[in-house]
Design a binder for this molecule. Structure first.
Ligand code: PLP
Length: 430
């Protein structure tokens, strides 16, 4: 038997025994703290007594087989749901290392990569819903979910119903054909904290799958799977990659059955993720803990500053004691990330754009989660989708800030100046 053949069969054997044995040993120990697992999960095994710290970037389209028997064995394992690559689209070592690290972070059975956060969401919706099914979606979710509904799910006979996670009684909305409960906590734009354990318990009682978008916490400060969700989704574009240079999505599932379902849909959609992007995301993940800690410190300082500012009507940041979601956040989360929104006291619709244009250190842009600070006006039509916003009196403009890793005093100084520029401009135009 040639050396190549031995390796191919050895590899097939290792993969048959699941992910945990495919790479290094350190992350096999579930008792290790998350900081330790972030550093070690998915590390490459040493070969012949030595090897690099980082997993190599393994790019390929074709996967070569030692012989037809090895090919048949690997195809069989893949068909049975094992994490085996028989073609480039399936992703090789780099992809697998990232999958293992995210699965460890999220506390899941398996992670699947997707080319973007939104494609990860679409993958979950298409894998779990079929014509005639009904899905319940919290009305405060990342807005493009509604586009997936309108442009895709409706055409395929799936009915999506939006509900208010704080006002509606979930139990009364569940129908015999309800298959999926889709949540995001804290929500996009206003960071409404949901009672995920209670919602998930109700859904599970009725045999309804629960999916949660966990992008806000980076998977570090919130564990939707431990709190009752079956699927946890992240736009890895944000905190996991963390440097504003990658588009990536991840889906982590709690069972082999869901892994198989997601895998089948993934293959049918012909999805594929580049090895370089998988590498960059894994590199970002290694420093997730230290980056998020600084995002949190800085964001809390900014949120407290905003809360004390006379031109601000309301600050949305669950780590602030006065935030309506604070008690739930304290119960279910172990930290807060860098997103802070605030509503202006002045109802002039020009307030947000004047304010944002006056900022120096905050770039104007979406897709937060990198090291840099960003500012964006929350579009009124998107805010109007959220029941928590509809209840509020008046409709001042809202600015969403992503607080980066700059020194917080420089950021607060920048905000202070922008407030005074805005006040002067609004007074002159009044
Ligand atoms: C950005 C974002 C997404 C989409 O991620 P992309 O990688 O930009 O496609 C999904 N969910 C949430 C909460 C997001 O903020």
């Amino acid at each position: 038997m040639s050396q190549e053949q031995t390796q191919a069969q050895g590899q097939a054997h290792g993969q048959a025994h699941g992910q945990a044995q495919a790479h290094g040993k350190a992350h096999d120990q579930p008792q290790a703290h998350v900081q330790t697992r972030l550093v070690h999960a998915g590390s490459p095994e040493l070969k012949n007594g030595a090897g690099p710290v980082n997993v190599p970037v393994v790019r390929t389209s074709t996967v070569r087989f030692a012989d037809t028997a090895a090919q048949a064995a690997l195809n069989k394992l893949r068909a049975a749901g094992d994490r085996v690559a028989t073609y480039g689209r399936h992703g090789l070592d780099t992809h697998q290392a990232l999958e293992e690290a995210v699965a460890s972070l999220e506390g899941g059975h398996r992670t699947v990569l997707a080319p973007s956060g939104l494609s990860a969401i679409t993958l979950v919706l298409l894998a779990t819903l079929a014509p005639g099914d009904h899905a319940l979606v919290a009305d405060s979710v990342y807005s493009p979910v509604r586009k997936v509904d309108k442009s895709l799910l409706q055409r395929y006979g799936v009915q999506v119903e939006y509900f208010s996670p704080s006002q509606d009684t979930l139990e009364s909305l569940i129908r015999p054909n309800t298959r999926l409960l889709y949540l995001e906590s804290p929500s996009s734009l206003l960071f409404e904290v949901l009672d995920l354990p209670a919602l998930a318990a109700t859904a599970r009682r009725h045999g309804v799958l629960v999916a949660a978008d966990n992008t806000w916490s980076g998977g570090l400060y919130y564990q939707p799977l431990a709190l009752g969700a079956n699927l946890s989704i992240q736009a890895a574009t944000k905190y996991l990659a963390g440097h504003s240079d990658v588009m990536m999505g991840v889906v982590t599932v709690d069972s082999a059955e869901l892994a198989r379902k997601i895998g089948v849909t993934y293959d049918a959609l012909g999805l594929s993720v580049g090895a370089d992007d998988a590498y960059l995301t894994l590199r970002g993940l290694r420093t997730l803990d230290v980056r998020l800690a600084r995002h949190q410190t800085n964001a809390l300082a900014v949120a407290e500053y905003l809360a004390g500012h006379g031109d601000v009507a309301q600050v949305f940041y669950p780590a602030l004691p006065q935030d309506p979601g604070h008690a739930l956040w304290r119960r279910d989360f172990s930290g807060a990330s860098g997103l802070v929104s605030f509503a202006f006291g002045n109802a002039d619709p020009a307030a947000a754009s004047r304010f944002i244009d006056a900022l120096r250190y905050f770039s104007i842009g979406a897709s937060w989660g990198g090291y840099e600070s960003l500012a964006l006006e929350a579009a009124p039509e998107r805010l109007a989708e959220h029941s928590v916003w509809q209840q509020g009196a008046g409709k001042p403009s809202v600015v969403r800030l992503h607080i980066g890793l700059e020194h917080p005093q420089d950021l607060i100084g920048d905000l202070e100046r922008a407030f005074s520029v805005t006040r002067d401009a609004l007074r002159r135009s009044a």
